[in-house]
Write a protein that binds this ligand. Structure first.
Ligand SMILES: NC(=O)c1ccc[n+]([C@@H]2O[C@H](COP(=O)([O-])OP(=O)(O)OC[C@H]3O[C@@H](n4cnc5c(N)ncnc54)[C@H](OP(=O)(O)O)[C@@H]3O)[C@@H](O)[C@H]2O)c1
Length: 217
C-alpha cells in the first residue's frame, strides 16, 4: 500500500556523546570523506529538510557538490517566516528549488518579505509547522523521499510522531559535553523506552576514525 507521505531518512554527524554541535553551535564534525558520502546521499533524494535554527547558525546551502545531479528541493521549517534575506538558502533560491514551511501564525510582513524571493511557501499548522500535514502536501507534490538533516528540535518533531523510516548517522571521534549542546534528537523526549522508536541495524561501516550506522524502521 502506498504511504500518504514521503520516506523519511535521518542524516546527521554526531559526536561520540550524541551531540550535533557544541554548546556554541559549532557543528563541523564530519571528515572530508564523510562529506563526500553525504553529498552522494543527497543526490539520491527528492528533498532535504532542516529547522530554522540550523539555517540561522550554520547558514548551509544544502546543495549537492561535485556530483552532476540535480539538487534536491530544500525545505525549511520556519513557523514565523523569519528566515533572513541574507541567508545562503534565500540567496540561492533562484537556482535551487526551495520550500519554506510556515504556520498560520506567520506575520504578514514576514510573508511579504518572502514574496520577493522565488520560493514556495507552504502554510500548515497553527502555531508550529504540522509535520504530518506537510509530509502529505509534499507527497502530493511528487516528493517520494526526504533527508531530514536536523537540528535536534526538528528531528524530535519527526521522532515524536514516529515518522522515521531510516537513520544514517556518522559517529565522529569527538567528546564535546555540554548540557545545552544540541543532541541528535532534542524536544521533550519519550518517558519510557517502550514508547520510543526502535530501529533495526542494517549496516555498519568504518571510515578511518568514523563509523556510519544505518538503521531502518
Ligand atoms: N551535526 C549535524 O549533522 C547537524 C545537522 C543539523 C544541525 N546541526 C546543529 O543543530 C543546531 C540547531 O538545532 P536546533 O535544535 O537548535 O534547531 P533546528 O532543529 O535547526 O530548528 C528548530 C526550529 O525549527 C522551527 N520549527 C518549525 N516547525 C517545527 C516543528 N514542527 N517542530 C520543530 N521545529 C519546528 C522552530 O522555530 P519556529 O518556532 O520559529 O518555527 C524550531 O525552533 C545547530 O547548532 C546546528 O549546527 C548539526
Amino acid at each position: 500500500m502506498e504511504s500518504f507521505r514521503p520516506r523519511v531518512i535521518f542524516s546527521a554527524a554526531i559526536t561520540l556523546d550524541g551531540k550535533l554541535a557544541t554548546r556554541s553551535g559549532d557543528s563541523k564534525l564530519s571528515s572530508k570523506k564523510d562529506k563526500i558520502r553525504v553529498h552522494k546521499l543527497r543526490s539520491k533524494v527528492d528533498a532535504i529538510l532542516i529547522g530554522k535554527n540550523t539555517v540561522k547558525i550554520d547558514d548551509p546551502l544544502l546543495s549537492v557538490h561535485n556530483i552532476k545531479k540535480k539538487n534536491p528541493i530544500r525545505i525549511i521549517l520556519d513557523s514565523n517566516a523569519t528566515i533572513r534575506s541574507s541567508s545562503r538558502i534565500l540567496k540561492t533560491c533562484s537556482k535551487i528549488p526551495t520550500i519554506i514551511a510556515v504556520s498560520k501564525k506567520a506575520q504578514k510582513k514576514n510573508l511579504q518579505k518572502l514574496e520577493k524571493f522565488p520560493v514556495q511557501v507552504i502554510v500548515c499548522g497553527n502555531d508550529t509547522v504540522s509535520i504530518k500535514k506537510l509530509l502529505g502536501i509534499l507527497k502530493k507534490k511528487g516528493i517520494k523521499n526526504i533527508l531530514v538533516e536536523g537540528g535536534g528540535t526538528a528531528n524530535w518533531a519527526f521522532v515524536k510522531e514516529n515518522l522515521v523510516d531510516e537513520a544514517i548517522i556518522t559517529i565522529t571521534p569527538y567528546l564535546v559535553g555540554g548540557m545545552t549542546a544540541t543532541t541528535l534528537v532534542d524536544g521533550d523526549g519519550f518517558s519510557t523506552i517502550a514508547k520510543s522508536i526502535r530501529l533495526k541495524l542494517k549496516s555498519v561501516s568504518k571510515m578511518k576514525n568514523e563509523v556510519i550506522l544505518h538503521y531502518e524502521n
